[in-house]
Design a protein around this ligand. Structure first.
Ligand code: NAG
Ligand code: NAG
Ligand code: NAG
Length: 283
């Protein structure tokens, strides 16, 4: 099977985009949004790359992979990874940096294991359970960690490692989760629906949208209009404004599934990456 483009992400510091592409998604490709030049790292991973995140206000980024490792890279010196975090015994599915304690990194693997790492010491500081698909720290304070496993989302208190809220409602597996910039709301997407939950009011589901035949895959909040959720589906982006009586717009976007979306608060841009091998920038 040849999956072509999985992910993209914009750095908060520079207009750098990170795109994982090429055969089987084992290469790391860095794309400069100002010069439109791309750099191929020569190292990559030995198996499929599953996630990529920038460290806040930095050129460092992390990648997770089926090869059971997490690698840390410097986008300015991308030839070789800076280091490799070893410990997961299964395919690593997702990775994220803490928004304020930037030495803190979280990863999860296919076996439901969550690992917290101190990147300064290259050491794993905690192992717990509760995520198979994605991990995302709450923006700003990073008090909560949102995790996706099967058809539910958990909000875990990072400090105490205790489950705060268990968000249940999706019937199909959750494929993507994202926080809004304020850290008050979290969105989740499964193939047949999108949901927005309030982290402030006990993790209550406050909005739901059925996909009506489209296949939802990815999501991100609009960097300029925080009330707008952008959902990646098959060939299209769906813009959903739940506060305007559930208004939706469908924008033709790609020739394949929109596998990943990322937004940049600073440039107010959104990047989409698709199985059609293209990446697009939207403003
Ligand atoms: C990156 O490297 C791969 C294999 O090493 C090659 O096939 C591909 O064309 C390169 N891409 C760019 C943009 O240089
Ligand atoms: C990066 O790798 C390329 C190809 O392997 C090489 O030509 C280049 O000199 C390397 N750059 C650095 C900074 O090591
Ligand atoms: C990470 O390790 C460094 C160096 O040992 C230490 O100073 C720092 O407090 C640690 N951070 C966390 C969040 O544990």
């Amino acid at each position: 099977m040849k999956i072509l483009v999985v992910l993209a992400l914009l750095s908060a510091v520079q207009n750098v985009i990170l795109l994982l592409s090429e055969t089987m998604n084992i290469e790391v490709l860095i794309w400069n949004m100002e010069t439109f030049q791309s750099i191929n790292t020569s190292e990559g991973h030995s198996l499929l790359i599953t996630d990529v995140r920038f460290k806040p206000s930095s050129n460092l980024f992390a990648t997770s992979s089926f090869d059971r490792t997490v690698k840390i890279w410097d986008a300015e010196r991308p030839n070789k990874s800076l280091y490799k975090l070893l410990g997961h015994s299964e395919q690593v599915m997702s990775v994220d940096f803490h928004p304020s304690k930037s030495e803190l990194l979280c990863s999860c693997d296919r076996n439901n294991e969550i690992r917290l790492w101190n990147v300064t010491r290259f050491s794993c500081t905690r192992v717990s359970k509760g995520a198979t698909k994605q991990v995302r720290f709450q923006p700003r304070c990073g008090k909560l960690l949102a995790t996706a496993a099967r058809n539910s989302v958990s909000l875990i208190d990072v400090e105490t490692d205790s489950l705060q809220f268990y968000l249940k409602g999706h019937t199909k597996d959750v494929l993507s989760i994202c926080w809004d910039a304020s850290g008050k709301y979290i969105a989740s997407v499964s193939e047949d629906s999108a949901r927005i939950w309030s982290a402030m009011s006990g993790g209550k589901c406050i909005h739901e949208l059925r996909s009506d035949g489209n296949k939802f895959q990815s999501c991100t909040f609009h960097p300029g209009y925080s009330q707008l959720l952008i959902i990646g589906g098959y060939q299209s982006l769906v813009l959903w404004s739940p506060t305007e009586s559930d208004k939706t717009w469908s924008v033709p976007a790609h020739n394949g599934l929109v596998a990943a979306l990322a937004d940049s608060q600073r440039t107010e841009m959104v990047a989409s990456a698709s199985h059609d091998q293209c990446m697009k920038l939207w403003k």
